[in-house]
Design a protein around this ligand. Structure first.
Ligand SMILES: *Cc1c(COP(=O)(O)O)cnc(C)c1O
Length: 238
């Protein structure tokens, strides 16, 4: 159980950034087109503050209540303008916790969820930016729409005035080789291009270099920055 010291995590963040920078240079991509999201789920607010001090602005959470809690503690409490991303599966009854606190929901995967976001964002008088989660491989992942459903899904979303679709998100398959990850990410990139969608959220600790090569604009890295996560007895938070 490696509990990283506060000093380590700031250095870790810089190292991941450098790595992304090198990967981007190798394939001729501009680093300014890529945002590193530090995934702070299960980690205390003081860890977030440490990485923020190292220059990080974008943070990811997968539990809505945890995102709301950290927003209240840090943005409201300390007056920092951190950008919070909802990266994990989102249940309809949890949407209310994060509207007004998240800059981007990465995991829109059903019309019912879209309708709830529409309602809550409308009440708050905002337009919520979202990504559509796509299950590219058709394997393993419980969440995300199938690639062939994207057309119809986008059409249905058109009538929702308080939702703005910025792009697509995917999670790769555990155990894939780096070449398989690259191929999978490439397919998400092609799907986004086909629909003129700009943002691509893909790549985690084990596959972010492949994601950079394939065109990711948002990269979600937790473990490589904050160290291993200790999950509670219920094993949730993954
Ligand atoms: C936890 C999580 C990450 C970060 O995973 P690491 O392997 O720790 O980098 C990225 N994306 C999603 C959706 C996650 O839930």
């Amino acid at each position: 159980m490696s509990d990283e010291s506060l000093m380590d995590i700031k250095a870790n963040y810089r190292a991941v950034l450098n790595d992304i920078s090198a990967a981007a240079a190798e394939c001729g991509r501009d680093l300014s087109d890529i945002t590193l999201i530090a995934v702070s789920k299960t980690k205390p607010a003081e860890y977030v503050l440490e990485v923020a001090e190292g220059g990080a602005v974008d943070f990811g959470e997968n539990k809505p209540q945890e995102l709301a809690y950290k927003f209240d503690e840090i943005n409201t409490g300390k007056g920092l303008d951190l950008r919070w991303h909802q990266i994990g599966h989102l249940q309809r009854n949890k949407v209310r916790h994060i509207i007004g606190k998240t800059v981007l929901i990465h995991s829109l995967d059903s019309i019912a969820l879209a309708q709830e976001i529409e309602k809550r964002a409308g009440n708050a008088g905002i337009v919520q930016d979202v990504l559509i989660q796509v299950n590219i491989s058709g394997e393993e992942s419980k969440f995300g729409i199938a690639p062939e459903e994207l057309d119809g899904f986008l059409t249905e979303l058109e009538s929702l005035e308080h939702i703005r679709v910025k792009g697509l998100m995917t999670i790769s398959v555990r155990g894939y080789s780096s070449e398989q990850n690259y191929e999978l990410f490439k397919r998400l990139k092609e799907l986004a291009d086909d629909h003129s969608l700009k943002e691509l959220s893909m790549g985690m600790t084990h596959d972010y270099r492949e994601a950079v090569r394939a065109g990711a604009t948002l990269i979600r890295v937790g473990t490589a920055i904050f160290g291993e996560r200790n999950y509670g007895a219920d094993g949730s938070g993954a």
